[in-house]
Design a protein around this ligand. Structure first.
Ligand SMILES: C[S@@+](CC[C@H](N)C(=O)[O-])C[C@H]1O[C@@H](n2cnc3c(N)ncnc32)[C@H](O)[C@@H]1O
Length: 364
C-alpha cells in the first residue's frame, strides 16, 4: 500500500496510513479499557456483578430493580460491560448474563481470581494525575496517605486474593525452615502492612505465633485492628503506627516480612537495617516484590505496563516524598540484593515467584 502524508506535524515525513490505523485501533481499545475501569468500580460498589452472578439472564429493568438503582444508568452500563466482554448479551431476549468464570473474578472478593480491587487501585491512582503531572516538573513526591481512600481499600482487595492463594501454601514453605518455626511459635513483624491482610492470613494459619503489623499510615492501622478483631485473631495479631526505619522491637523477631512495600520506601536500606537490628541472628526476612524483569525490554508486557504505571502514579512519588531512594515498582533483583547487602544482610535469594510477585529470602 502506498505511503501518504497524514500529519501536519510531520509534513516532511511519509507515514504509513495502515500503521496509523493499527495504532488508532489500539488507542481506542485503551480508551475503552480506561473508561471501563471506572465502570467496573461502579459495578463493584453497587453490587451489580453480585446481582448478576449465578442469576438467570436479566434486562436493565430487572437488574435495576434487584440492586435498587436507576434503570437509565444500568442500561448504559450493561452495554459497556457487554462491549468489553465482561458480560454476555443475547439479542433475541434483550437480556444479559455473566459466566461463572467472570463472576469469580468480578463478583466474589473472597475468590483467588478477584480483580475488583485492582480496578479500585487503578482508578484511585488516576485521580492523582494532576498532582503527578506537576511533580514531573517540581520533582516533589506524594505520600501514600495523600491518595484517594480507594487506594488503601483497593490495595487490600487487590493483594489479599494472591496472599490467600499463595502465602501459607507456597511462599512460606519456600523459605528455609520458616514454616516449622511459625508452627512452633515465632515472633513476627509485617512492615508496611497496610490493612493487614497478610498479617491476618498468617495469624490464622499459625496460631502459636505472635504477629506485629506496622505501617506509618494511621487509617490503615485503624482498619487492620478492626479486621483482626472481626477475623478472631486480635489476641495474636497486633497493629501499630510505625515507620519502616524505626518500628518497635517486640522482643527479637524470628521472621520479618515486607509485602509489596520495600520499593515504596524512601529509605529501603535504612528499613532493612532496622529489620537486621530487630531480627534474631537465625531469623529470616521475606521481601515480596511485584513481578519485574532485570531489563527494560523484559518489562514490555501487560504486567510491566501495569506496574510501571503504578510506579509513576503512586510508589515512586511516595519514595521521593519520604527519602533519598526510589527503587521503583519494577525494582530489579540485583538492586534489591544490593539494598540487602548495604543493610548488613549476607544472604539473598529468590525463593519463588508467581505471575504477579517475586518472593525473596534474606538472611544475616
Ligand atoms: C502497596 S502498599 C502494601 C500494603 C500491604 N503490605 C499489602 O501487601 O497489602 C504499601 C504500604 O507501605 C506503607 N508505607 C509506605 N511508606 C512507609 C514507611 N516509610 N513506613 C511504613 N510504612 C510505609 C504504606 O502506608 C502502604 O500501606
Amino acid at each position: 500500500m502506498a505511503s501518504q502524508t497524514v500529519s501536519q506535524i510531520t509534513p516532511q515525513k511519509e507515514i504509513e496510513k495502515s500503521k496509523v490505523d493499527a495504532f488508532l485501533e489500539k488507542a481506542v481499545s485503551d480508551f475503552g479499557a480506561a473508561v471501563s475501569a471506572a465502570l467496573v468500580v461502579v459495578g463493584d460498589k453497587l453490587g451489580l456483578y453480585k446481582a448478576m452472578a449465578g442469576a438467570a439472564p436479566m434486562n436493565s429493568a430487572e437488574l435495576a430493580a434487584r440492586t435498587g438503582t436507576h434503570e437509565r444508568y444500568i442500561r448504559e452500563w450493561l452495554i459497556n460491560q457487554a462491549a468489553g466482554g465482561y458480560i454476555e448479551y443475547d439479542p433475541a431476549s434483550g437480556k444479559y448474563t455473566m459466566t461463572d468464570e467472570h463472576a469469580a473474578a468480578l463478583a466474589d472478593d473472597q475468590s483467588p481470581f478477584f480483580v475488583g480491587g485492582g480496578f479500585q487501585v487503578i482508578t484511585a491512582m488516576i485521580k492523582a494525575d494532576e498532582r503527578i503531572t506537576k511533580a514531573f516538573r517540581t520533582g516533589q513526591g506524594m505520600f501514600w496517605g495523600e491518595h484517594h481512600q480507594d487506594l488503601f481499600e483497593g490495595t487490600e482487595r487487590f493483594f489479599r486474593p494472591g496472599y490467600a492463594a499463595h502465602l501459607v501454601s507456597d511462599w512460606i514453605p519456600a523459605l528455609d525452615g520458616v514454616k516449622p518455626r511459625l508452627e512452633a511459635g515465632a515472633l513476627v513483624a509485617d512492615i508496611g502492612c497496610g490493612y493487614g491482610a497478610s498479617t491476618i492470613i498468617m495469624a490464622k494459619a499459625f496460631p502459636k505465633s505472635r504477629f506485629y503489623g506496622f505501617d506509618n499510615h494511621a487509617p490503615s492501622i485503624v482498619h487492620a485492628r478492626s479486621e483482626a478483631f472481626h477475623s478472631g485473631v486480635a489476641s495474636s495479631a497486633f497493629f501499630d503506627i510505625a515507620g519502616a526505619t524505626n518500628f518497635p522491637n517486640a522482643g527479637g523477631y524470628d521472621f520479618i516480612a515486607f509485602f509489596d512495600c520495600l520499593h515504596d520506601l524512601g529509605d529501603p536500606v535504612g528499613s532493612l537495617k532496622r529489620a537486621r537490628e530487630t531480627l534474631n541472628n537465625d531469623g529470616v526476612v521475606m521481601v515480596v516484590e511485584p513481578m519485574a524483569a532485570e531489563t527494560v525490554e523484559g518489562n514490555l508486557n501487560p504486567i510491566g505496563r501495569v506496574y510501571s504505571g503504578a510506579s509513576v502514579l503512586c510508589c515512586t512519588p511516595n519514595a521521593i516524598a519520604s527519602g533519598q531512594t526510589a527503587l521503583g515498582t519494577l525494582a530489579r533483583e540485583k538492586d534489591l540484593r544490593q539494598v540487602a547487602r548495604q543493610a548488613g544482610f549476607s544472604r539473598f535469594r529468590k525463593a519463588c515467584e508467581t505471575p504477579m510477585n517475586r518472593v525473596f529470602e534474606v538472611r544475616p
